[in-house]
Design a protein around this ligand. Structure first.
Ligand SMILES: [Zn+2]
Length: 253
């Protein structure tokens, strides 16, 4: 199997961090008043309060050749944000980072769910509503870099299953999410089908019907209330209502 392209992404995703070194221990100070009955007390130091430290700023990587303009200071609604840093109880189960997907291949170099900042804010509202029902979001797929979409298309050039990269996918805009539900312990609840089941059983009119559809209905309700638009043929797929505002991207995961 040809995997050279994966290596490129693995390297592109590396971020160097340096832990700030510990500062000097508190200085021993002058003599304490003698306590005649407790001769050893003088050696016990006061509890050391951790000194505030500043992160080292010198490790920033150079922008790679061909990268677009530098990031503007501050937060922008179209920043691609790691969802796990916002929705801390989300279960990250990025299937394309494993072989457990319909291609049988690992396509993502890391299991990281990124979405546009404004889309994450929306998803966080849904997560909050679900939390009150003892449910956690399970994230199966989020932002998908364009080059990976191209690779997926090379493997499965069938528009029923994979968006043609020339057209692009809303995943490629960082504005679509494939999502399921877990209980408060993180175990999947009873769901209509597995991920990327491309049969009619995954269509909403089947998947959300009856008793087996109860959890998928719960999921759809929470995401729709947060403004997401459900895809008719995949009960797990939701688009942000403003997805057209975001460009296709090839920023690494
Ligand atoms: Zn999807």
């Amino acid at each position: 199997m040809h995997r050279a392209w994966l290596i490129v992404f693995a390297l592109g995703g590396v971020v160097a961090t340096v832990a700030p070194s510990a500062h000097a221990a508190p200085r021993g100070s002058g003599a304490q008043p003698a306590e005649p009955t407790k001769p050893t007390a003088a050696t016990s130091a006061k509890p050391a309060a951790p000194a505030p430290t500043k992160p080292a700023a010198s490790t920033q990587a150079k922008p790679t050749a061909g990268a677009a303009d530098a990031k503007a200071p501050g937060e922008r609604p179209d920043d691609l944000v790691d969802v796990a840093t916002v929705i801390r109880d989300a279960v990250i189960d990025m299937r394309y980072a494993t072989a457990d997907n319909f291609t049988g291949k690992e396509l993502y170099p890391v299991a990281r769910c990124k979405l546009r900042r404004a889309v994450v804010a929306r998803l966080a509202k849904a997560a909050e509503a679900l939390r009150a029902q003892d449910r956690r979001l399970v994230l199966w797929d989020c932002y998908r870099p364009t080059s990976i979409q191209q690779e997926l298309w090379k493997r499965v050039p069938d528009p029923r299953y994979v968006a043609n990269p020339k057209v692009g996918s809303k995943h490629g805009r960082g504005a679509a999410v494939d999502v399921a539900l877990a209980d408060s312990a993180g175990a999947l609840v009873s769901l209509p089908t597995k991920f990327d089941d491309f049969s009619e059983a995954a269509h909403r009119d089947h998947a959300l019907a009856g008793e087996v559809g109860a959890e998928a209905r719960r999921l759809e309700r929470a995401l729709a209330e947060a403004g997401f638009k459900p895809l008719a043929t995949e009960w797990w797929h939701f688009d942000a209502p403003d997805s057209a505002n975001y460009a296709l991207s090839d920023e690494p995961l």
